[in-house]
Design a protein around this ligand. Sequence first.
Ligand code: ADP
Ligand code: MG
Length: 293
Amino acid sequence: MTGKPDHLTDEAGAVLTESIDERVYFVRSKRWIAYPKAVEILGHLNALLKHPRTTRMPSIAVFGDSGMGKSMLVEKFRDDYARGADDEPSRPKTKLLVVELAGRPNERRLYAQILAVLGAPQNPRATIVELERTAVRLLVDLGVQVLVLDEIHNVLAASWREQRVVFNTLRYLSNELKLSLVCFGIMEARQAINGDVQLARRFDALSLPRWTANKEFEQLVLAIIRNLPLKEPSVLTVKGLRRILQSSEGVSARIFRMLNEVAIEAIETGAERITDEALERYKPVGEDEAAFQ
Ligand SMILES: Nc1ncnc2c1ncn2[C@@H]1O[C@H](COP(=O)(O)OP(=O)(O)O)[C@@H](O)[C@H]1O
Ligand SMILES: [Mg+2]
């Protein structure tokens, strides 16, 4: 084959001449697909990095069901920032810090997780005050301006009192260090944050709702398909699109997985395109929710 096929992105077109195994590997590998809502949210996040340090820094909360692509957004935000810093060696790499709120958070664990991400040595016998002092000093020294907390809904596993303490700590960091906070979590986390009126007030809330039958959903499907290395252009009708929505229940992770699996089948069988019929035949393997937690 010569030249780049029009129906594919450069990235997918580049692997078209590779072996079947290589192409399947490409489909299974992690890659970022842009869609308007994600690009819009990334725009808001990037604006935080450029915001001047003021007494009240803007903060953003992004809510969406499990599998809607929140963690992918966090990674994309971090990767783009790191790449930008590589291009500009004088720019600090440490303006952005991402912490995944694992387990049942409390004040000690929050500081410990911040220190772990910063690669700071940890003394298990340190008091909370010592942990706080070290974390605050490092955050200031490194010039961290945006603190991203993924999986913020894990605070729901904590007692009401512990939740108050964690939110209090976040408020303290945002005030003292003039940090923007960015929290990602499932919808239920919203109520928890709203329990701290002062904290809730400083967040602009954005959401990643499940996909429904509209133009944006069609654009998402087209964007995914353009990045699947199939030799022939896929032709989906309204029926095929409806099938994707019905099978995925509008959850991004399941939409991506469905199209990937059907594309792999098309590569392996030589069909080389996605059709309504192939989507109709598709059965998700092991409907376990845990796969996209
Ligand atoms: N923008 C995207 N590009 C490519 N794949 C995506 C994208 N968004 C979501 N996915 C797919 O959906 C899965 C779940 O996304 P994830 O970010 O982990 O969801 P959440 O954090 O909201 O539970 C990912 O592992 C990936 O396969
Ligand atoms: Mg996640």
